[in-house]
Design a protein around this ligand. Structure first.
Ligand code: E4P
Length: 218
């Protein structure tokens, strides 16, 4: 499973990229607002450090507007994936942009049949939002299971399942067990993935015992 980081914070992205943890990046208008910087500059900065897909979301709501914005965003770098909402206009824009060789991430997916529509529109990625479904007492990960099954039923669908709105390591674990293609993860959750209390205690104990030997390596 590929790991994308879900942020527009370039410092976080650089740090995680240095650790070799990133296969890509997702942003959205809320994350760009939080970063408080010019969107195009943010995208240039991210694409300078990450080779994998970098999702950049359009803000137009009609197909023609989304296509125009998507083409503009795609000029930033060849690894830009234009993000469009899961609406009829979004699917029209998706079909057009992917037809011209531009990667498209169809976002705000909340049902299996919506994902099927994104697949039929030729999306590169579809982003089901698991956390937001959990927030309204639905099972976000059940949606991922359904989409996996549907996509596996049809060889013609080449769309990757990009699990989004991830809130905790359990979401990541379940996504991997189901066989999702990608998880986009907030930086804090990505760091949580390597943590285990027994690792910390074990390391502390090894170092204490090693100190007793009085030895040095090298
Ligand atoms: C995905 O691409 C979105 O940017 C993101 O995962 C949304 O997450 P949220 O529900 O925590 O805002």
């Amino acid at each position: 499973m590929k790991f994308f980081v879900d942020t527009a914070d370039i410092a976080e992205i650089r740090d995680l990229a240095d650790a070799g943890l990133l296969d890509g990046v997702t942003t959205n208008p809320s994350l760009v607002a939080k970063a408080g910087r010019d969107f195009t500059e943010i995208l240039h900065d991210i694409c300078a450090v990450v080779d994998g897909p970098v999702s950049a979301e359009v803000t137009a709501t009609d197909a023609a507007g989304m296509i125009a914005e998507g083409e503009k965003l795609a000029q930033v770098a060849p690894n830009i994936a234009v993000k469009v909402p899961l609406t009829i206009d979004g699917l029209k824009a998706c079909r057009h942009l992917t037809g011209n060789g531009i990667m498209v991430n169809v976002t705000l997916c909340f049902s299996p049949v919506q994902a099927l529509m994104a697949g039929k529109a030729g999306a590169t990625f579809v982003s089901p939002f698991v956390g937001r479904l959990d927030d309204i007492s639905q099972d976000g990960m059940a949606l991922i299971e359904d989409i996996r099954q549907i996509f596996d039923n049809y060889d013609a669908i080449g769309t990757e399942i990009l699990v989004a709105s991830v809130r905790n390591p359990t979401h990541v674990l379940r996504a991997a067990l189901i066989g999702a293609d990608v998880c986009t993860i907030p930086p804090s959750t990505l760091r949580q993935l390597v943590k285990h209390p027994l690792t910390d205690i074990g390391l502390q104990n090894f170092l204490a015992d090693w100190a007793k030997t009085g030895q040095k390596i090298g």
